[in-house]
Design a binder for this molecule. Structure first.
Ligand code: DQA
Length: 143
């Protein structure tokens, strides 16, 4: 069975209470449950992680090289700053989808630049929690 890692970065554990006008009221647990159901329907094994630490995220991406066939990554604010995540995605040699709940291009200018966009297959942004479902559909044929 093909396996996908969904990796969520800093502050995403606060979903539900964090700026709900931007990120919605859905919690990370709700998203996890919806993704588990969707993955089951697609016949994909799912690992679901969240970390507030860049190094931990890099470790998980390195492990994905042998443990998973693809990655869906919401890197949070590290999207806009982390050359280390950019390099880890290359080193992983697995298809990776960049995901954002909000439309980062309709927000502050510092969110318009992504350090990881050049090394991912594609980007999904602006569809709220449903973006995770869209990303699972998108990654499924790439595994
Ligand atoms: C985010 C967008 C980022 O700019 C922000 O720092 C986040 C969440 C999103 O899902 O919309 O933490 O990745």
């Amino acid at each position: 069975m093909k396996s996908v890692l969904i990796l969520n970065g800093p502050n995403l554990n606060m979903l539900g209470t964090r700026q709900p006008e931007i990120y919605g009221s859905t919690t990370m647990e709700d998203i996890h449950a919806a993704c588990a159901a969707k993955a089951k329907a697609l016949n994909i094994a799912l690992a679901f992680e969240q970390s507030n630490h860049e190094g931990r995220m890099i470790d998980l991406l390195h492990a994905a090289r042998t443990e998973h066939h693809g990655v869906i990554l919401n890197a949070g604010a590290y999207t806009h700053t982390s050359i280390a995540l950019h390099d880890a995605i290359i080193a992983m040699e697995r298809p990776c989808i960049e995901l954002h709940l909000s439309n980062v291009h309709a927000r502050e200018e510092f969110r318009h630049r992504s350090m990881i966009a050049p090394v991912v297959v594609g980007v999904i942004a602006g569809f709220g929690a449903n973006g995770y479902q869209l990303a699972l559909d998108a990654i499924s044929p790439l595994l």
